[in-house]
Design a protein around this ligand. Structure first.
Ligand code: NDP
Length: 403
């Protein structure tokens, strides 16, 4: 039984902390700290009501490294699970190094003034973690996270090489709002409005945001339009699957979402540079995020399913030539809400964060330095997905996507 400190108190954290409490044999003591104490307390109350487990809560600004280091030292956890925002990744890694504690997150670092998410800043911590004998696990959510574990499981059990990889992220949920994002609006809109990049023959190919669209029939959801996007696991997959010829990421969006986003972009509301309003500097996207529905309030009304998975083509392990496999999970928004009080987007991220933490705390995954999830054995993680609410399926397709 181990002690863990979770930072951040949004939807992903809520799911993760509930699932940790449901696995008390692994997570013996759970501590939760975030900027707003009342949000930590609300999660702790719900966990107590649903599972009977007590959670200790704290207020912390995770960008204040000395204060966070002091808190980590006071609690003395075996692991810090970072479920705050990507902006806090580096300060939380710094505090973990100072306090001598392992680290896990679900999204790579992004500077506040530049919509540019890349692993380079966190990969640069490799030596410092290794020197201290500590482990940092990057990207243990669904995408990034499970989508990379899916690829590595196929590479271990079905394919000798992966030549073509398509990651398909479909949210068939309907929350009944005109426009809302399913996770942090600021991070979500920065991601969606960034240029689309995909990996082809050893280099990145860039196309304007949301311009390449295809239709795909998702099991459990039906046909949906999906758009080519850049997503951070493409960077780590290109590094750890060196034979990859083409890696692409697709996400579904409805016409209403696209129309709203286009207007917001056209009028300048998605800008991330400061503008002066009434003598005060504001960042339009942060103001927009403040007026949009909070993702954690969407759970009660969201119906439908998500279907997220990988289609991988490569040389079969058994020497039977080139084959294509589709591996995916289907998650139901209402079932997710019933179990933890959060919708499926938070659920599909919070559960893998808990599983990654369980891998590190039980020693199933161990190492010194900074690791992406592709570097670790997929089998124990895949087994826990099946028992912790995210069962997966794999089927063979006739061939790769025809687009
Ligand atoms: P939310 O915005 O709902 O929650 C973020 C939490 O972090 C809030 O409680 C917020 O506090 C807290 N926080 C922000 N700044 C600080 C700070 N300086 N110090 C301490 N706490 C802070 O986000 P989500 O729960 O939707 O997402 C959490 C993380 O998961 C994000 O990094 C997101 O990118 C990632 N994610 C990953 C996915 C994946 O599949 N890999 C999918 C979805 C999300 P406050 O309440 O005061 O604002």
């Amino acid at each position: 039984m181990s002690k863990v400190l979770v930072i951040g108190a949004g939807g992903v954290s809520s799911v993760c902390v509930h699932k940790m409490a449901m696995n008390a044999g692994i997570f013996g003591e759970i501590h939760l700290a975030s900027r707003t104490l009342s949000k930590c307390d609300a999660i702790a109350d719900s966990v107590k009501q649903r599972t009977g487990v007590d959670i200790a809560t704290y207020a912390i600004d995770a960008e204040d490294v000395p204060a966070l280091t002091a808190l980590i030292r006071q609690i003395a956890p075996k692991l810090v699970v970072n479920l705050a925002l990507p902006y806090q990744d580096l300060p939380i890694m710094d505090a973990c190094l100072e306090a001598g504690v392992n680290y896990l997150d679900t999204a790579n670092y992004e500077p506040k003034d530049e919509a540019k998410f890349e692993y380079k800043w966190q990969w640069a911590y490799q030596e410092r973690f290794a020197e201290k004998g500590l482990m940092a696990l990057l990207g243990s959510g669904f995408d990034p996270g499970v989508t990379s574990v899916f690829a590595m499981w196929l590479k271990k059990h079905k394919l000798k090489t992966i030549r073509l990889l398509d990651i398909l992220d479909c949210n068939g949920g309907d929350h009944g709002q005109h426009f809302a994002t399913n996770f942090n609006p600021e991070i979500n809109i920065r991601e969606v409005t960034a240029p689309a990049r995909h990996w082809r023959d050893g280099q990145w190919v860039e196309t304007p945001a949301m311009t390449i669209r295809e239709n795909f029939d998702f099991e459990g959801v039906g046909p949906k339009n999906m758009y080519l996007m850049y997503h951070e696991e493409l960077e780590s997959l290109a590094r750890f699957v060196p034979e990859l010829e083409r890696g692409r990421f697709w996400m579904t969006f409805g016409d209403a979402y696209i129309n709203h986003l286009t207007v917001l972009q056209n009028v300048g509301m998605t800008r991330i540079d400061p503008v002066v309003y009434n003598g005060q500097e504001i960042i339009p996207l942060q103001f927009l995020a403040a007026v949009l529905p909070k993702p954690e309030t969407l759970g009660a009304t969201t119906k439908g399913k998500t279907n997220i998975g990988d289609i991988a083509t490569g040389e079969a392990l058994d020497g039977s030539g080139e084959r294509t496999f589709y591996i995916y999970n289907i998650c139901d928004h209402e079932e997710a809400f019933h179990e933890t009080g959060n919708q499926a987007i938070s659920y599909t991220t919070g559960v893998p964060a808990m599983i990654g933490a369980a891998m590190m705390l039980t020693g199933a995954w161990a190492g010194e330095g900074v690791f992406n999830i592709e570097q670790l054995d997929p089998d124990p993680f895949m087994a826990m997905l099946n028992t912790q609410g995210l069962p997966w399926q794999v089927k063979e397709l006739a061939g790769p996507l025809q687009f």
